[in-house]
Write a protein that binds this ligand. Structure first.
Ligand code: PLP
Length: 377
């Protein structure tokens, strides 16, 4: 056995979509990006969606859109991927690390209130593993304190909480289509909002300052006969090279169509895990997974003797990981760290187990039986 931790689920249909982009010979920013943005907007149920080349870029631009002044503070969970906090540094802002809720491992509402001060301008909740942050509590609290809310939705795609899509509870939602996430475009991301005014500059910001439909203008190069200025654009704001391209969007359109099935498959696997590990001494699920209600990108456990168990699983061909070393312990973030005592200890018990839509029931049964055997040692 050699069971991968994550794996994108890709097939003939994705390949065909890429081939069609080749046949059009338009693989940069173009009509497929527009089409994918429209489809994503419909799927999430929001007013505007803009495609970028990663969630990291999405988080960078999301914070930038508010124009916060240098040195203001942004509240971020300590238990997250580097990008959530790097985006804060990209914007010359200060990350304030918040401890995890001991049960869900999502951002702790209690510690959020402790860490808040009047220099804080925004909060970036992460729906860790796909499990929703209690937004019905976080949103009113943030609004009372004048904080902007950017949801890091890298671990969820299509997840709903209390009937409302994750990514639409705050001001901006940022999704990731990196290859380990719920669906993929190779690399890619999407920014969503219900406030089109807030997004008026975002298309220029993601494409080197140019807010023009690239595909449409290329058509006009030969079609708009009486216009000699079809090539003209004006640069008014600073932009980055963060656009999604048509190759990625072509794959994304197929993956989006398959997303409900992919999410369902991962939910079923989590259900199998939960039944398989139930009652094993010294092993508990990472968090109170509810695979019937939410969509998850990651499954894991909390274990005694974590390192021994990782070596045992490795020796049986089962890949593992640890998501994450808390950012408040990372050398890069040291100036703002060492202040999340719960997760700075608890992360030593975390193990991420294989989860992806192509896992077979044989593989899951194998992992479950090995975990049960471990207990008998
Ligand atoms: C993967 C991830 C990101 C970054 O996504 P990219 O698309 O790879 O830039 C951001 N936040 C979290 C929580 C992630 O897991």
């Amino acid at each position: 056995m050699n069971i991968r931790l994550f794996k994108p689920s890709l097939g003939e249909e994705e390949l065909q979509a890429v081939k069609e982009a080749f046949d059009r010979s338009w693989i940069g920013l173009g009509p497929k990006v527009n089409e994918f943005e429209e489809a994503w907007k419909e799927y999430i149920g929001c007013k505007m969606a803009v495609g970028v080349n990663s969630a990291t870029a999405a988080l960078h631009l999301a914070l930038r859109l508010f124009g916060f002044s240098k040195g203001k503070k942004v509240l971020v969970p300590s238990l997250t991927f580097s990008s959530t906090a790097s985006a804060v540094l990209y914007n010359d802002l200060i990350p304030v690390f918040v401890d995890s809720d001991p049960v869900t491992l999502g951002i702790s509402m209690e510690d959020l209130e402790c860490k808040y001060d009047k220099d804080c301008v925004a909060v970036i909740p992460v729906h860790y593993a796909g499990h929703p942050v209690p937004m019905e509590k976080l949103v009113p609290w943030a609004r009372e304190n004048g904080l902007k809310i950017i949801e890091d939705c890298a671990h969820t795609a299509g997840g709903k909480y209390q009937g409302k899509s994750l990514g639409t509870w705050g001001d901006i939602g940022c999704f990731s289509f990196e290859e380990k996430k719920c669906m993929t475009t190779g690399d890619g991301g999407m920014m969503v909002t219900n406030d089109p005014d807030l997004f008026k500059d975002v298309k220029a910001m993601r494409w080197v300052g140019i807010d023009k439909d690239n595909w449409k203008s290329a058509q006009e190069y030969t079609h708009a006969a009486r216009d000699a200025m079809h090539w003209f654009y004006e640069l008014k704001i600073l932009g980055w090279k963060y656009n999604m391209n048509d190759l990625a969007a072509s794959i994304g359109l197929v993956q989006l169509k398959r997303l409900p099935e992919l999410n369902k498959k991962r939910s079923e696997i989590i259900q199998d895990y939960l039944e398989g590990i139930n009652g094993i001494m010294g092993i508990k699920p990472l968090l109170p997974f509810e695979p019937d209600r939410y969509t998850y990108q990651m499954f894991g456990i909390r274990a005694e003797k974590r390192n021994d168990l990782i070596i045992y699983l490795k020796s049986n061909g089962i890949a593992t990981g640890c998501h994450y070393t808390p950012l408040s312990l990372q050398p890069l973030f040291k100036p703002w760290g060492n202040n999340c005592p719960f997760i700075e200890m608890e992360h030593k018990r975390l193990i991420t187990l294989p989860l992806h839509a192509d896992l077979t029931s044989d593989e899951i049964n194998f992992i479950n039986s090995k975990l049960n055997d471990w207990n008998k040692n």
